[in-house]
Design a protein around this ligand. Structure first.
Ligand SMILES: Cc1cc2nc3c(=O)[nH]c(=O)nc-3n(C[C@H](O)[C@H](O)[C@H](O)COP(=O)(O)OP(=O)(O)OC[C@H]3O[C@@H](n4cnc5c(N)ncnc54)[C@H](O)[C@@H]3O)c2cc1C
Length: 407
């Protein structure tokens, strides 16, 4: 495929990046893609693939080498996410473990917690997941009800989490819970909960529309005694920590989106040159050419924004608004463009055996998790109309104060 239209991508410009890319693609070809069918059937990925990823330095890419990481910048994480999405396979959930869970522990864990969890996370001996969503609430994180009651030297944890990525495989989950029921956001804390503690149970992996090689499940907590030392950072600061870390999570989704469209485009260019209708290749029709040009253009323009955000994230300069734009825009683009690609496969596009069908299924959730695209727009709008919202909040506060006086 001739790619003369592509802009040079400066984020992966070094020789180190190119070598790393080769390692990632060799890993995917040898240890991941051959297992796709088996993992799809069982609904989760085998531990060997995690251990191999750890051996190759693909877990804990940005983690400090003192804790077993590679100490590289976020552009290397981005390469792994993009190449994996381009290959069209979700398992193993490297980005959840390596780019979401590990950074929470590194940033907010005590020294003892970091020493206990991080080296094994980097080697793949321990896998972590993140539990924010509950059966009763997703977008409204402040409304979570999972409660960790302070019992002196331990927390007594009760509640449940749902839709937890690699929850079934994981050895521990960072659980967002209330430590003060009277408060909203300020009552939320983050606690590491080991999966083998008494009172922790898990549902079977959900049967999903896509990403079938990677598990997603419910986790239940019933009178679980969690050591106090497993608290990340300070009590009541969980919401603040999540707001700080979510831009990175949103970037993993944006990067996966451009990787997936790149993969879909390559498959489509190949297929439309092979497949014939009316005695000519499908690519001879102007409609096919125009559709492919539209996909390539949408991908290029989005890549430029996402790359810029990736650079900013690697320097810890990315704002929440930039990450939200990258997430919602690129995942919308992914769904629309993969749909266009699938159309050019005709009936074969609907058959699971064809990678384009799996890419279509996998794309859909990108607009939902990591904060729905509607929530991204709510956040961006709040920032754009900051003046209006500040005045509104002040008016409401004054109204409440007046009502309290009258009572
Ligand atoms: C495959 C998969 C993996 C996931 N992985 C994880 C994970 O690892 N950890 C985790 O904690 N969660 C995970 N999630 C959960 C995911 O983050 C939530 O599903 C998502 O945040 C939406 O929450 P909800 O499903 O409760 O939808 P709801 O909050 O019930 O929203 C339903 C609809 O209402 C809209 N809506 C809600 N509030 C507003 C508003 N203020 N303005 C406009 N529209 C609004 C939403 O955009 C959506 O369209 C995962 C989900 C899936 C499907």
């Amino acid at each position: 495929m001739n790619k003369k239209y592509e802009l040079p991508r400066t984020i992966y410009a070094t020789e180190e990046h190119q070598m790393f890319k080769e390692t990632v693609n060799q890993y995917l070809a040898q240890h991941v893609l051959p297992n796709r069918e088996k993992w799809e059937k069982q609904g989760y990925c085998d531990r060997e693939a995690w251990l191999k990823a750890g051996e190759l330095g693909l877990l804990g890419i940005t983690l400090d080498p003192e804790y077993g990481g590679m100490g590289l910048d976020f552009t290397f994480s981005s390469l792994v996410i993009e190449e994996q999405a381009r290959a069209g396979i979700a398992a193993p959930g490297i980005s959840m473990h390596s780019d979401i869970v590990i950074p929470y522990i590194e940033a907010y864990g005590s020294e003892a917690i970091k020493r206990k969890y991080l080296p094994k996370c980097a080697s793949g001996e321990l896998i972590g997941s993140l539990g924010m969503t509950e059966p009763g609430t997703g977008s409204d994180v402040q409304a979570i009800t999972t409660f960790a009651e302070d019992k002196g030297d331990y927390y007594l944890l009760n509640g449940s989490k749902t839709f937890i990525t690699i929850g079934y495989t994981s050895d521990f989950t960072i659980v967002a819970c209330k430590t003060d029921k009277r408060k909203g956001a300020k009552g939320i804390s983050l606690i590491i909960v080991d999966s083998d503690l008494e009172g922790v149970s898990k549902g079977e992996p959900f049967a999903k529309l896509g990403l079938k090689t990677s598990d997603t499940c419910e986790i239940f907590y019933e009178d679980v005694k969690v050591p106090k030392g497993n608290l990340l950072g300070e009590e009541g600061q969980g919401f603040v920590y999540m707001m700080r870390e979510l831009p990175r999570e949103r970037m993993t989704i944006a990067i996966a989106a451009i990787g997936a469209v790149r993969g879909a485009l390559e498959l489509t260019v190949d297929y439309t040159q092979q497949r014939k209708a009316f005695k000519q290749p499908i690519c001879a029709f102007q409609n096919t050419q125009f559709k492919v040009v539209e996909v390539a253009s949408a991908l290029e323009v989005t890549t430029a924004y996402v790359d810029r955000c990736t650079e900013l994230q690697s320097r810890h300069e990315l704002t929440a608004e930039q990450a939200s734009i990258a997430k919602y825009y690129s995942s919308d683009m992914q769904c629309a463009m993969i749909d266009e690609c699938l159309q050019l496969f005709g009936g074969y596009g609907f058959i699971w055996e064809y990678p384009i069908a799996r890419m279509y299924g996998g794309a859909r959730v990108q607009r939902i998790y990591g904060g729905t695209n509607e929530i991204m727009k709510v956040m961006i709008a709040r920032s754009i109309f900051a003046e209006y919202f500040t005045t509104l909040r002040a008016k409401m506060k004054a109204k409440r104060a007046k009502a309290a006086q009258l009572n």
